[in-house]
Design a protein around this ligand. Structure first.
Ligand SMILES: Nc1ncnc2c1ncn2[C@@H]1O[C@H](COP(=O)(O)OP(=O)(O)OP(=O)(O)O)[C@@H](O)[C@H]1O
Length: 574
């Protein structure tokens, strides 16, 4: 339990002093509550000759006790209650920052489920329970300590018996926590699986429908829901059993205390007033300790949630040893680069040079490694062998932010955020004015269709851009890149989503984006390839040909075959 409090304080950041203050107020609240016993004791002591003076004294003690309790409760609430929410808001933001610096390989489907489940359910549970657990535990412990110390002043055997009850109770709590740990881990695993299955189901819903496989998809999700339900049920069931045992320990200790206090009174060890006071005290101590049982159960839960939290706290960062990129030019170079996803090598000793202001078209069969090459330049992954240089600086030495400030990327699968069209374009440059956004949209040939939308630039785009056509999404992403105005453009040309009559609009947009920039394009159009200053033909992770269109068509190599296959439309994309 103490470990849980320590761990919360460790991640509390700026909230730490307020939480410690809350614990101190909780202690004073307990002392105020315990004062009530003094009033009871005073009355019991003068039971045979009760005078108005004694009654007034007792009343004053009760008033002070009640006021103290409310005052310290209020102080504790304002210091602590909202802190869980503040702490974990800061935590979520910190995780967001870390995710930005993680290599793309980190984001596997399974891990996305884990991250999502941690940032939602785990953090929500911590927000709700962490402060509650701290209050219950510190309250219960303070009350037990204060009252047992008070008892010790009047009768050592009674205090020792209460202490024995407390120790046995704490042992049972320990057992409860162990059981809770097993079940909490099972519930968390079931929750992660549920999130992963639900995400997959929602993402793949169109495919499931198209192939009339609804039942298959629902089956996996249904099983995940069922597993989650069973895990939660088992957890509650196990907790309920041991919590009864925990209560039983205190009920039995109360009986033993009743027996001992009566026996000591009958043997003349202390007066009747003491005997009555001990019975009332025992009731108070154990009532608080029973509450502490809930706190301890929560503490175990919180501890497990904190363990899970560590899995995202340990997000690998590409930036650990990196510095700001100080590119003197926008030259791009790869020297003997090799790269493997896990153990499968997909880029094999590749060297290339794209001088500043020139264009380079990458062509090759599907799966040859074109996208991977581009991703290595943007340092979405780190190369295993060789070097990638941007502006003469090894990208491994650059922070992700400073490197990506030099690069505009236009992906084939454009992702737009659930926000206005304007904000989606402004993503390229958050400081841009409305006029600059419109200017970029005009250059990317999307002003016309944007103004025809119901709310114009203020129209909210569905998540992922689902309310726009593929071509419209692509042009918005080009406007975004135009606004960013980075010296390097990496472009994955669309193979689909552009009908012939709109193609010239898109090409105009691309021309506006790439004019005067260093361009690397995964090219699918003959026009782009022909115009490129150099063409790289990639096959099985190697550059098999290099040169201009005019040079390559002269060679009896793979490029010529490529053009022929293209005209026959078999597999190759150009
Ligand atoms: N995240 C990943 N994890 C494991 N393997 C991957 C991953 N991404 C791509 N690959 C594999 O690496 C190889 C190269 O993929 P890449 O996407 O770079 O090819 P490409 O030439 O761009 O293909 P396409 O033209 O179809 O987009 C492929 O065999 C692919 O299956």
């Amino acid at each position: 339990m103490l470990r849980m409090i320590g761990r919360i304080l460790e991640i509390a950041g700026d909230s730490k002093p307020r939480i410690i203050l809350g614990i101190v107020f909780n202690f004073f609240k307990t002392v105020s509550m315990a004062m009530m016993l003094l009033a009871v004791f005073l009355v019991f002591e003068h039971l045979e000759a009760l005078t108005p003076d004694v009654i007034y004294q007792a009343l004053w003690i009760i008033i002070v006790s009640v006021c103290g309790r409310f005052l310290f409760q209020w102080l504790m609430d304002i210091s602590m209650s909202a802190k869980g929410f503040d702490m974990f808001r800061d935590y979520r933001l910190a995780v967001g920052e870390k995710l930005k610096g993680a290599p793309m390989g980190y984001f596997s489907e399974q891990r996305l489920g884990t991250i999502q489940s941690i940032l939602t359910s785990t953090v929500v549970e911590l927000e709700q329970y962490s402060m509650m657990a701290i209050m219950d535990i510190t309250g219960g412990v303070s009350m037990a300590v204060v009252i047992i110390v008070m008892m010790a002043f009047y009768s050592l055997p009674i205090a020792l018996l209460s202490l024995a009850g407390l120790i046995i109770g704490l042992f049972v709590l320990h057992v409860i926590q162990k059981r809770a740990a097993i079940h909490t881990v099972k519930v968390q695993a079931a929750q992660e699986n549920l999130v992963t299955e639900s995400l997959e189901y929602i993402r793949g819903i169109a495919v499931l429908r198209a192939f009339l496989q609804d039942r298959g998809g629902e089956g996996a999700v249904y099983r995940a829901f069922e597993d989650r339900r069973q895990a939660a049920y088992d957890q509650e069931h196990a907790a309920a059993g041991v919590m009864k045992l925990y209560s039983l320990v205190f009920k039995l200790t109360s009986c033993a205390l009743l027996f001992l206090a009566t026996a000591l009174y009958l043997t003349g060890a202390f007066p009747l007033s003491y005997c009555l006071m001990f019975l009332v005290s025992a009731f108070l101590v154990y009532a608080e300790l029973e509450v502490m049982g809930d706190g301890a159960y929560l503490a175990r839960k919180v501890n497990n949630e904190l363990d899970r939290l560590e899995t995202v706290t340990d997000i690998p960062s590409l930036d650990r040893t990196a510095r700001e990129l100080r590119a003197v030019s926008s030259d791009i170079e790869m020297k003997e680069v090799s790269f493997a996803y896990d153990s499968r090598t997909v880029i094999d000793h590749v060297s290339l040079k794209v001088p500043q202001g020139t264009s380079c078209a990458i062509v090759g069969p599907s799966g040859s490694g074109k996208t991977t090459l581009c991703n290595l330049i943007a340092r979405f992954w780190d190369v295993q062998e060789g070097e990638v240089l941007v502006g003469g600086q090894n990208v491994k030495d650059c922070t992700a932010d400073s490197l990506l400030s030099q690069i505009s990327m236009v992906f084939q699968n454009v992702y737009l955020f659930h926000d206005t069209v304007e904000n989606n374009i402004r993503f390229g440059n958050p400081d841009a004015s409305h006029e600059q956004v419109v200017e970029a949209a005009k250059r990317a040939c999307c002003h016309e269709f944007i103004t025809a939308l119901p709310e114009g630039y203020d129209t909210i785009v569905g998540e992922g851009g689902s309310t726009l056509s593929g071509g419209e999404r692509q042009r918005i992403s080009i406007a975004r890149a135009i606004l960013k105005n980075a010296p390097i453009v990496i472009l994955d040309e669309a193979t689909s989503s552009v009908d012939p009559e709109n193609e010239h609009v898109l090409l105009t947009a691309i021309y506006e984006l790439t004019r005067g920039k260093t361009l690397i394009a995964i090219a699918h159009r003959l026009s782009t390839v022909r115009k490129a200053d150099q063409i790289l033909v990639v096959d099985k992770g190697k550059i098999v040909q290099k040169g201009t269109h005019a040079q390559l068509v002269q060679e009896d190599g793979i490029y010529r075959k490529f053009l022929r296959l293209r005209s026959e439309s078999i597999g190759w994309q150009l």
